[in-house]
Ligand binder design. Structure first.
Ligand code: CAA
Length: 717
């Protein structure tokens, strides 16, 4: 897996392990053997290490982490490289990440193609650089940059890496040739001054100060994650310990993290994210269906959602019409889009050039006639079936026959929208999460008539615009909202029974959610939730009052509506479940009036308030969602648990270190989850979300681990 050749007096070690040249055991062995051969060959005066195909090694082979460790380990391969008296040059292209960057840092010189990226992304896998990266990077960049790069895992461009001192020279053209020429220019020079192990860490005298700042930063930014904390400790040792002891310390921390549940969950999430791109649906899959080209787009509706979606499309360099019927709304939409893009430039999310190009690709219009030739349209008006049908019928008449028509809906049946057209096979749901320009999940929904080619096109579009697309079958609420509904519902029931909103929020924030359910509701507005519930109640012929206990045979709480009737709409009105009087109305503080509301509510319903434990809060909020997740698998709405987990990681910011709700369930144990669901079903027979899933029952009764079922989905049903 390492091709060895000699070009004049330069030996070339070309790593050849597609697709990303991961440093598997065979590659490490190949590098070690190659170094030995080059050392022995008297004609060889310098050595170049490079990657064949698309990249320099992008890191260790993650799949090997769960297998027994096999020598040679990367550190000993690296030590051989460093101790060579012949200059060794890393010639970098593509993504030089993790163990790949460590190999490069063992080399005496590093040159890179201008388009290359370097970084230490280990932290995203719940681990730290394990082949001396935490000891060698600070010796090159100094402490602040090393702390930042290793704890964030961010990728750095070749030009930036040169500024940091990581890269010696940046080239365009053929990087292997440039590397060979560069190596020749170093022949005869001593490699001793280039051995990083002997270099002092710049800024080392202020290590405590830098480490304290880095620790404070990671505890705030990556709350709950172990790996960034360990990274800080490992990097600090680069100053406090001699090189070899620093490496030993890194090895110990690497082992502890590697065996942690967080690392296993984060590595599961890494592969899950890749798996969701390999989708299947009736009649086709990601292998067989080829996406149609999308060179021009349109978004219908310039509201918050439409504008956010347009920003995603424009930032990816695609032209986009923004359609509104009213000039004022259109101008507002254009203003929102420009402000969002300026914000992205200011935050460094996109470059000034990308921002300018994106702005030039925006085409505001009030005429549908402009859309005749576009390849794909996303309708993003408010959730109203009749309105969406009207728009789809209009688009069907105006757009060319190949245009794909997408609806940004969070709940409406795609089949019922598609009937308004003569091209149901080209109609599909694309559910963006708010704020659309920020949230990474894109839930793509196929109806009974959507063609695999249409699905392939929106799955590809999702990737193009920087989202993580997940494909699901149409049903009420689709995957994400259907599964998430009991989370909020149970939160309200818990405060009705005796918990306080801030207690529930605290438990869920300690669990790892970035914000508790009541703060989230205050942020999005309580009135929205109330309106949705009123609409559902109407379908059962019910007018909601504070006496209503059931809607459609399901338990109902009027608490949200009571708060709305008191003018407590959430943050926007200065009070909701909390009051917002501090920090410019942004800080949620406890409000005694809410306690009085809860007590009055319970007295009226004759409910005795009780103490609710933290464990019950977690179970009541999460277990019905997990139960729904199993029903979603049972019904084939999602094909694999990974689709569900990725939806929660990127749609609801479920903590990655717990893998996602389905992975979390497998860690808790399916029998325990099933037992508790049965327990709550008995206690609350009027909440349908507690009716146990058949699949969960079967897995639990037959003692089949979810991981085993994951490996053979459907087989045990
Ligand atoms: N090990 C094993 N497989 C890997 C891998 C790795 N390090 N990196 C990527 N792959 C696999 C993917 O699973 C995928 O496989 P399938 O085609 O079977 O799904 C395939 O390679 C292609 O990957 P992507 O679809 O992600 O390709 P991309 O072009 O979109 O992205 C990438 C390429 C930026 C390199 C991305 O794959 C990536 O970020 N990989 C992980 C990099 C990483 O974390 N490196 C550090 C590893 S840990 C380490 O190195 C520890 C140490 O200190 C020794």
């Amino acid at each position: 897996m390492v091709d060895y050749s000699v070009n004049g007096s330069v030996a070339l070690l070309l790593v050849n392990n597609p697709p990303v040249n991961a440093l598997s055991h065979a590659v490490r062995k190949g590098l070690a053997d190659g170094m030995l051969k080059a050392e022995k060959d008297r004609n060889v005066k310098a050595i170049v290490i490079a990657g064949k195909g698309r990249t320099f090694p992008a890191g260790a082979d993650i799949r090997e982490f769960s297998r027994p460790k096999r020598e040679p380990w990367l550190t000993s391969v690296g030590n051989n490289i460093e101790s060579s008296r012949k200059p060794v040059v890393a010639a970098i292209h593509g993504t030089c990440l993790g163990g790949g960057l460590e190999v490069a840092l063992f080399c005496h010189y590093r040159v890179a193609l201008k388009s290359a990226k370097v970084g230490f992304p280990e932290v995203a896998l719940g681990i730290l650089p394990g082949a001396a990266g935490t000891q060698r990077l600070p010796r090159v960049t100094g402490l602040p940059i090393a702390f930042d790069m290793i704890t964030s895992g961010r990728h750095v461009s070749a030009d930036q890496a040169k500024k940091y001192g990581i890269i010696d020279e940046v080239f365009t053209g053929d990087i292997v040739n440039s590397g060979i020429k560069y190596a020749l220019s170093m022949v005869g020079k001593s490699t001793i001054p280039r051995r990083l192990r002997a270099v002092q860490v710049p800024g080392g005298e202020n290590v405590q100060e830098y480490a304290d700042a880095a620790m404070a930063q990671v505890k705030k930014k990556y709350k709950g994650y172990q790996a960034p904390v360990y990274c800080v400790r490992a990097i600090k040792a680069s100053v406090e310990k001699p090189y070899d002891l620093g490496v030993k310390n890194e090895e110990t921390l690497f082992k502890v993290l590697g065996q942690s549940g967080q690392a296993r969950a984060q590595q599961y999430a890494f592969f899950a994210e890749r798996l969701v791109g390999k989708w299947q649906m009736p009649g086709g899959n990601s292998e067989t269906a080829k996406p149609l080209p999308v060179r021009s787009t349109a978004v219908i509706g310039a509201g918050t959602m439409g504008s956010g979606i347009a920003v995603c499309i424009l930032s990816a360099g695609l032209p986009c019409y923004l359609v509104e019927q009213n000039e004022k709304f259109l101008n507002n939409g254009v203003k929102t889009i420009k402000a969002l893009m300026e914000g992205s430039v200011k935050l460094g999310k996109i470059s000034v050039e990308v921002g300018q190009r994106a702005a030039s690709l925006l085409k505001p219009t009030m005429s549908y006639d402009d859309l005749t030739g576009v390849d794909l349209v996303i309708e993003a008006v408010y959730e109203n079936l009749d309105l969406k049908k009207e728009i789809f019928a209009k688009l069907d008449k105006i757009c060319k026959p190949s245009t794909i028509l997408c609806s940004n809906t969070s709940s409406l049946d795609i089949d019922r929208i598609a009937v308004a057209t003569n091209r149901p096979e080209k109609c599909v749901g694309v559910h963006f999460f708010a704020p659309a320009y920020h949230m990474k999940l894109l839930e793509n929904i196929y109806s009974t008539r959507t063609s695999p080619v249409t699905a392939a096109t929106v799955m590809k579009l999702g990737k193009t615009i920087g989202k993580v697309p997940v494909l699901v079958k149409s049903c009420q609420g689709f995957l994400a909202n259907r599964m998430n509904t009991p989370y909020g519902t149970e939160a309200t029931f818990l405060v009705e029974e005796g918990a306080l909103p801030w207690e529930v929020d605290q438990v869920m924030e300690d669990f790892g959610m970035p914000m508790g359910p009541f703060k989230v509701r205050d942020l999005s507005g309580l009135d929205i939730n109330v309106k949705i519930t009123e609409e559902i109640a109407k379908t059962f012929g019910i007018k909601l009052t504070d006496e209503t206990r059931f809607v459609g045979g399901n338990r109902y709480s009027h608490l949200n509506a009571t708060l709305v009737n008191m003018g407590r709409l959430g943050r926007k009105s200065g009070k909701g479940w909390y009051k917002y009087e501090k920090a410019g109305g942004k800080l949620a503080t406890v409000d005694d009036e809410v306690i009085s509301v809860l007590e009055r509510h319970c007295r009226r319903l004759g409910m005795e308030r009780r103490t609710v434990s933290s464990q019950e809060i977690i179970e009541r909020l999460l277990y019905p969602c997990i139960n729904e997740g199993f029903k979603i698998l049972e019904e084939g709405i999602a094909k694999r648990p990974e689709d569900i987990d990725i939806s929660w990681l990127y749609g609801f910011t479920f903590p990655k270190y717990l893998g996602g709700p389905m992975y979390y369930a497998s860690q808790v144990g399916l029998d325990r989850i099933y037992d508790r669901i049965c327990h709550y079903h008995e206690a609350f027979p009027y909440s349908k979300h507690w009716v146990p899933s058949l699949l969960l029952r079967r897995l639990s009764e037959q003692n089949i681990p979810l991981s085993q079922w994951m490996a053979s989905p459907g087989a045990k049903l």
